[in-house]
Ligand binder design. Structure first.
Ligand SMILES: Nc1ncnc2c1ncn2[C@@H]1O[C@H](COP(=O)(O)OP(=O)(O)OP(=O)(O)O)[C@@H](O)[C@H]1O
Length: 256
């Protein structure tokens, strides 16, 4: 099967610093993949290249048969990629449901004229979007908070809302940057189950950066390991857990 995402030998140089060096990866449809490594290893920079925030200094990225390196992030989103951020980026002054509806609006078919006149199709599209947004919020156990202001949600719920919003763009590939950061063990456990479930329910591929090794080893089918911008290993969780270089560079005694 042709890979959904093909990252070919990408590098990112900031001034004199090579944040990522000759990184390659492949993600097939439906795969759940992890990207791990010590702080500053280049994981977020790799995400930023894949999602069009940065154009790689070298190399090429193919997504669903289209070359995406060089495209802007909104164009990459339109092609079916969505992400969350290490530092949550919600529209904090808007309601929970409006955060999700904004993402659905990318697909709306009414014209500006109709929207201004507030007639016919505009209303039916609005009803449909509200219904879909509430369904999504229900999955993330946020339906009771739909009309609260996003910034007033507890941290773990804001993280879940960010994932819900990303899903509203109807992506084929979802990238999660440290989704469990700041969550307690119970929230992390629930998140793990949710990640698996949404992959199956929405027929997605998922790439996640995470420092919580229990989560990474528990949900990912394959894992790539970065150190100082270089990919030092890739393989199944068992292969990664037992890889000497990875243990020395990152895992220590934690999972060995
Ligand atoms: N825009 C930038 N300009 C200059 N240097 C940058 C920029 N973004 C990242 N870097 C540097 O690139 C290197 C890789 O950073 P990156 O944030 O990708 O690492 P990371 O693996 O995501 O780390 P963490 O786990 O701490 O989030 C670091 O040395 C960082 O300081």
């Amino acid at each position: 099967m042709e890979a959904l995402l093909k990252v070919n030998d990408i590098s990112m140089v900031f001034g004199g610093l090579r944040a990522v060096s000759n990184f390659s990866m492949e993600i097939k449809a439906g795969e759940l993949i992890g990207l791990i490594g010590p702080n500053g290893a280049g994981k977020t920079t790799a995400f930023n290249m894949i999602t069009g925030v940065y154009t790689p200094t070298e190399g090429e990225i193919m997504f669903n048969g289209t070359r995406t390196s060089g495209k802007k992030s909104y164009q990459v989103t339109q092609l079916g990629m969505a992400r969350t951020f290490q530092n949550i980026r919600l529209f904090s002054e808007l309601s929970v449901i409006d955060n999700v509806k904004i993402a659905y609006n990318m697909h709306v078919k009414y014209t500006l004229g109709e929207a201004i006149a507030r007639v016919g199709r505009y209303f039916s599209e609005e009803d449909e979007i509200t219904k879909k947004a509430l369904e999504l919020l229900k999955i993330f156990k946020l339906e009771d908070k739909a009309y609260e202001t996003a910034k007033n949600l507890p941290y773990g719920e804001q993280r879940r809302l960010e994932i819900a919003r990303a899903l509203a763009t109807e992506p084929k590939l979802l990238l999660l940057d440290e989704p469990a950061a700041g969550m307690n063990p119970q929230e992390t456990k629930e998140l793990m189950e949710m990640i698996r479930w949404i992959r199956d329910k929405f027929s997605l591929s998922i790439l996640l950066i995470e420092h919580d090794m229990g989560l990474v080893m528990g949900v990912c089918e394959r894992i790539y390991v970065l150190e100082y911008g270089f990919c030092i290993a890739s393989g199944t969780p068992d292969e990664i857990k037992n890889n000497k270089r990875v243990i020395e560079a990152y895992l220590g005694e934690e999972v060995s």
